[in-house]
Design a protein around this ligand. Structure first.
Ligand SMILES: [Mg+2]
Length: 177
């Protein structure tokens, strides 16, 4: 069985540079509810629909996202992200939504109850997350979203600007289970 873990910011949802810019970025400001209005990535919307249809029944799809461990905003971030996930990705089971302050490999291992292996797949736009995941034994796939740099990750990549959704689906389904 394969476990597909999708990152949220920059993967399932569009990364908006302005929200993360400045000394007091918008996303971290209390009561602004930035994460309640996330805009979905249309290719990923399509990919999740197709993956849900074509995956094996024993495969699982997760959303794995981090929140800053900040007591002013942590509850707001959690509830706003849950809202956006349910709105745009209703096919992902609520119990498969992981919103965590600990490193992604640790959060995933806690959820699946075993150490990561090659059929535990993280789709992320951030090299550090991908490298940590691979060091922990999982398979990292970089989502090149047009903002990050494709060349800096040596593992498997999917590219928003040049790959069709069917190609991305084939990459995900070709990972041995
Ligand atoms: Mg990200």
């Amino acid at each position: 069985m394969r476990h597909y873990f999708f990152d949220a910011d920059g993967v399932l949802f569009r990364y908006e540079r302005h929200a993360y810019a400045g000394l007091k970025p918008l996303y971290i400001q209390p009561n602004k509810h930035y994460f309640r209005d996330l805009k979905p990535d249309l290719k990923m919307l399509n990919l999740i629909q197709k993956l849900t249809l074509h995956k094996k029944s024993s495969d699982e799809i997760y959303i794995l996202t981090s929140v800053p461990n900040n007591e002013l905003t942590i509850n707001e971030h959690r509830s706003d992200k849950k809202f956006s996930f349910a709105k745009w990705y209703p096919s992902v089971k609520p119990c498969n939504i992981i919103i965590s302050v600990i490193p992604k490999p640790d959060a995933a291992q806690h959820t699946i109850g075993t150490r990561l292996s090659s059929h535990d797949i993280l789709i992320d736009d951030y090299n550090k997350n991908l490298n940590d995941w691979q060091s922990a034994g999982g398979t990292g796939i970089k989502y090149c979203n047009g903002i990050n740099t494709p060349a800096t990750f040596s593992g498997t990549k999917i590219n928003k600007q040049t790959d069709s959704v069917n190609h991305m689906l084939n990459v995900l389904l070709s990972i041995p289970n």
